[in-house]
Design a protein around this ligand. Structure first.
Ligand code: NAD
Length: 489
């Protein structure tokens, strides 16, 4: 069993309380590692380390070219350890290996993207009024607390660290207490690459004991959070003490709209992938499938025929397409939504139960679950379930589809399937969501902004927008007129 400590000021340290947490494989219950369990004292230590590192300026004054080279080195380190990282990710959070391999490659690509951007942070110049030169420079914000969830542990760490470090900030990363292992391995890659002390600190532990200290500290200049909407609201309120800059990437209840004129096969495949990739534990999952009435029956039938292809099992078993849920508590939460759906009167077409057999005995598995005839006002159509549960909602017209799609407090993602390109654009224009796909679902690009409307969040990650949220803007005014001002003469 591996043992992990926390990264504070360039050193691996145990928690002050000496407490530890066992990390288990949700697919078979095997103990994977023992991890230091941080608390408020550890969080404070990390904040101090990040604060001094920022104030001393070793990283922010490091030439952008060197910061870029460093981040390219991190990307290379990830690529060199890709196999180990992907295997560890599967064991820690349950996803199938092919998905973990994709995440690891994407995490490396994220560091490469922001390594490239580090040298392209530009200001502006202007001459207003005459005899003056004014310019605008971009500077790092300072100490950034970055709190991430358990569904994409390494990838979320990359989305947070790469732009923050490219811009010259110092960071305190808090992975989810359930899935800290790949973030800690990433920490090792940083240390091997000789990052100056205190620039990256990683504190493990729970939200209440560690996350809240980070979110409320007056020594922290920015908090970047990915997680549930309820937690996001709490973090926002904690961050008001010193008016921290905030970015929030929160939940979703995303509509996936299939019109009768869509490519039938492609839409069936896309609807399954939208709902069941990563066990449905995806903020942008297409968990509400809106199908035009004229194809509702045939489409649902085709979808159900393909459900057996979603082979359940441990993510490292070859051929497995869906792994266990992340924890017992989460499995029970998802199961409670299945019960709720039945009691609300939705028609359970398949799944809803734990699979039987030896391979599933010690894991948190749930069969892919499909409800039909879901009404938009039902709770299973409104609340984020964050598991392999799909709700089918039939619609009559384009207007009704848009109305149902937008009838949610969330606004993260949406998909539209139609061969009529004018219609597809028209519909996307009216959907209140930050990420939209036409005739596809889920592709995510480091180059494009990621984030939500409404209660799905604030600000954007990735792309040029992602680095913006780690930069301050300063105006500098130079008087070119040497004569005294003469205001009081
Ligand atoms: P969560 O909100 O329970 O926890 C996320 C992180 O916040 C964890 O590190 C947790 O320890 C910490 N935390 C919990 N309570 C806290 C508190 N009071 N103060 C400070 N930190 C606290 O979310 P989760 O269950 O880990 O992840 C699932 C959620 O994340 C879903 O709602 C999902 O939609 C969302 N998510 C969003 C995106 C996105 O890009 N929008 C991406 C992935 C996940």
């Amino acid at each position: 069993m591996k043992s992990y400590e926390m990264l504070v000021n360039g050193e691996w340290v145990p928690s002050r309380s000496q407490e530890r947490r066992e990390i288990r494989d949700p697919g078979n219950g095997e103990i994977l590692a023992s991890v230091a369990e941080g608390n408020s004292e550890d969080a404070e230590r990390a904040i101090q380390a990040a604060r001094s590192a920022f104030d001393q300026g070793t990283w922010r004054k490091t030439p952008a070219q060197e910061r870029a080279r460093f981040l390219f080195k991190i990307a290379q380190g990830i690529r060199l350890s890709a196999r180990e990282l992907a295997t560890l990710e599967v064991k820690n959070c349950g996803k199938p290996l092919a998905e973990a391999e994709f995440d690891v490659a994407d995490a490396a690509a994220c560091f490469e993207f922001y390594a490239g951007l580090a040298t392209k942070i530009h200001g502006e110049t202007m001459s207003v009024p005459a005899n003056s030169l004014s310019f605008v420079v971009r500077e790092p914000i300072g100490v950034c607390a970055q709190i991430i969830p358990w569904n994409f542990p390494l990838l979320m760490a990359a989305w947070k660290l790469a732009p923050a470090l490219a811009a010259g900030n110092t960071c305190i990363l808090k992975p989810s207490e359930l899935t800290p292992l790949t973030a800690l391995e990433l920490g090792k890659i940083f240390i091997e690459s000789e990052l100056p002390k205190g620039v990256l600190n990683i504190i493990t532990g729970t939200g209440p004991k560690v996350g809240e200290i980070l979110a409320s500290s007056s020594q922290v200049d920015k908090v970047a959070f990915t997680g549930g909407t309820v937690t996001g609201r709490r973090i926002m309120s904690l961050a008001t003490g010193n008016l921290k800059k905030i970015t929030l990437e929160l939940g979703g209840k995303n509509p996936n709209l299939v019109f009768a004129d869509a490519d039938f096969e492609a839409a069936v495949d896309g609807a399954l992938f939208a709902a069941f990739a990563n066990q449905g534990e995806v903020c942008s999952a297409g968990s509400r499938l809106l199908i035009e009435k004229s194809i509702h029956e045939s489409f649902t039938e085709a979808l159900l025929k393909k459900i057996p292809l979603i082979r359940l099992g441990h993510g490292l078993t070859p051929g497995v397409k869906m792994g266990p849920l992340v924890s017992k508590a989460h499995l029970e939460k998802v199961e409670s939504y299945v019960k709720l759906g039945v009691s609300e009167g939705a028609e359970l077409l398949c799944g809803g139960k734990r699979p039987e057999g030896k391979a599933f005995e010690h894991g948190f598995f749930l069969e892919p679950t499909v409800f039909d005839h879901v009404k938009p006002q039902m709770r299973i159509a409104k609340e984020e379930i964050f598991g392999p549960v799909l709700s089918i909602i039939p619609f009559e017209s384009e207007e009704e589809a848009i109305q149902i799609a937008n009838d949610t407090e969330y606004g993260l993602a949406a998909g539209v399937w139609s061969k009529n390109i004018a219609r597809a654009h028209r519909v996307v224009q009216q959907i209140r969501a930050g990420i939209t796909w036409i005739n596809t679902y889920h592709p995510t690009y480091n180059e494009l902004p990621w984030g939500g409307y409404k209660q799905s969040g604030m600000g954007r990650e990735l792309g040029l927008y992602g680095i913006e949220s780690y930069l301050e803007t300063k105006q500098v005014n130079v008087n070119l007129d040497e004569a005294p001002l003469g205001w009081y003469s």
